[in-house]
Design a protein around this ligand. Sequence first.
Ligand code: CUA
Length: 395
Amino acid sequence: MPLPRASDVARRLLVGASLLLLMLLASACANVPQTTVLPKTEAAREIQWLYEIIFWLAVIVFIGVQGALLYIMWRFRYREGHALPEQVHGNKTLEIAWTIIPAVILIIIFIPSVQKMFDFDAAAQEGDYEISVYGKQWWWEVQYAAPDTVSEIITANEIYVPVGKKIKIDLYTNNVIHSFWVPQLSGKMDLIPGHVNSIGFTPETTGVFYGECAEFCGDSHALMRFKVIVVDEASFQQWASSMTAPPGSQAASLSGGDVAQAPAAFGVCIGCHRVAGTNANAAPVGLAQDAGTEDSPGAAKIAGPNLTNFACRTTIGAGAMPNDAEHLREWLYDPGEVKPGNYMATVIQEGTRDRRTRDETDDPARTELDVLVEYLSLLYPEGGCVPLTGENTEN
Ligand code: CUA
C-alpha cells in the first residue's frame, strides 16, 4: 500500500481539527450545568483562568511539536535516488533548549497555581454562612453551623444558600474519602476522615448548581450527587424557618390530625431519619456514632438523610431518581435495586414494605408503601416550597 502523500495527511489533520473545533463550539452552546468552563463565581473564574493559561500553553506546545513532526516527515520523506540525510548523535544546543523550554513553561504554570492555592485557602477561612457537610455512603448530610439563626437546620443533598453572601463549607467524613465538587461554583475539595477541609465561595446569581462526589467511594459513588441551590435573601429566610418547623397542616391527614406525629408506618424509619418538628427526631447525625466495630459501622455512618420538607427535594437518593410518587414507590419497594450497596437496603429489602398497613384505614388493599409515599409527598411547608429561579432551573 502506498504511503499517503504529505498533502493528504495535512488535509486529514485539517478536517479532524475542524470537527474538533465544531464539537467544542457545540458543547459551549449546550445546556450543561456541570461544565467546568462556564464559571459562575469568582472562585470558579480563578480556576478557569488557570485552566486557560494551561490550555493555551498546551496549544502552543501541540502546534510546535506536531508542526515540527509534520515538517520533518515531509522534508525527509523517502525519495527515489536521494541519499540518507546527515546522521547525528547528540546535540548540546538542542538538548539544553528542550530542557529549558519545559522548565520555563512549568514555572509559568506553577507560580499562579500556588498563588491561587493561597487565595482559596484565604477565602475558606470565614463566611457569612458556615455550613458543615458530611460525606456519607452515598449522600451528603448538610448541617448549618453559623450564624445562630440557621444553626438548627439539618438537611441532605440540596444545600440552600442566599445569593451574594460569603459561604464557607467545612467538609467532614467518618467513612471513606469523598470529594465535594460543584464545578460552576468552586474547585474540588476532598473529605478526609479525621481531618476538616474547607472551601469558600460567594454565589453571584440565583440558580441551581450541580455537584457530585469526585472521588471513588464505593458501590454507589456515581449516585452521590448534590445541588447547591442559590436563592434570594427573602426566600432563604423563608426556607430556613420552614426547615426547623413541623410540616404544613396537609401532613396531618396521615398523622391523626397532629403534624408533630409521623404515621405508624414511618415507625421503622425513625431509627435513621429525622423530620423536623415531629417525633422523628432521634436518628444520629453528623459524626455522632457508637464506637462501631470492624463488621458494624457506627450509628451515624448508617443513618439516613434528614427528611424535613422532603417533598421540596428535586431528587431521591442523592440524584438517583427524580422526586415524584412513582419513583418514590420504586425506591421504597427495593432501594438496593436503585442504589446498590446503600444501608437502607439492609433493612428494606425488595417488597418488605409492600404489606398491609398497621394504620387504621378502610381500604384493605392499602399498604405501608402507599402510606410512606403519601406521607413523604406531603412533607412540605405550609405555604409550599421555595420557588427556584435563575441559572440552570430550566433542567
Ligand atoms: Cu463519595 Cu464518591
